[in-house]
Design a protein around this ligand. Sequence first.
Ligand SMILES: [Zn+2]
Length: 177
Amino acid sequence: MQTKLVSYVKRKNVQSANKMKDIIKSVHIILKEEKELNEEELQLVKAAKEATFRSYAPYSHFQVGAAALLNNGEIITGSNQENCAYPSGLCAERTTLFYANSRYPDVPVKRLCIAARGTSGEFTQAPISPCGACRQVMTETEHRFGVPMQIMLYGTEGIYFIESARDLLPVVFEAIE
Ligand SMILES: [Zn+2]
């Protein structure tokens, strides 16, 4: 098991002092090998991997699967669904979260695992990383239920564990309340 630390720096103009101030946001990524996973984590990886085989990706040939473990123990899966009108398709992460949230609107998502297979048909070596739009939806899922959603990004060489979706989008767009 290894730990990575990725830092984001945002410069903010501090009016009173009339000078720039650095705001540093960091994310801890824990890298585990598959043999280090517990039974619950292994089950979620298996579900995400299986979901890649239900992907509809005739254009990119990049088959992504996602599996969400809900607080009620249910596992919901989804895959990327493409369309010849390209923007009409949807990523596996959003397919999964929208399905989970529409089926169980009151149940928080405890953990989300993502896996992908490329044109070779093999699972990616490096952990698959969600796109920006999916990160936005993931952070709103957390915000909606008020609990962090752990993210597992699967690769054959290791699995990234990130404690909260918000860590993947440090300066997130939020509704002003
Ligand atoms: Zn996406």
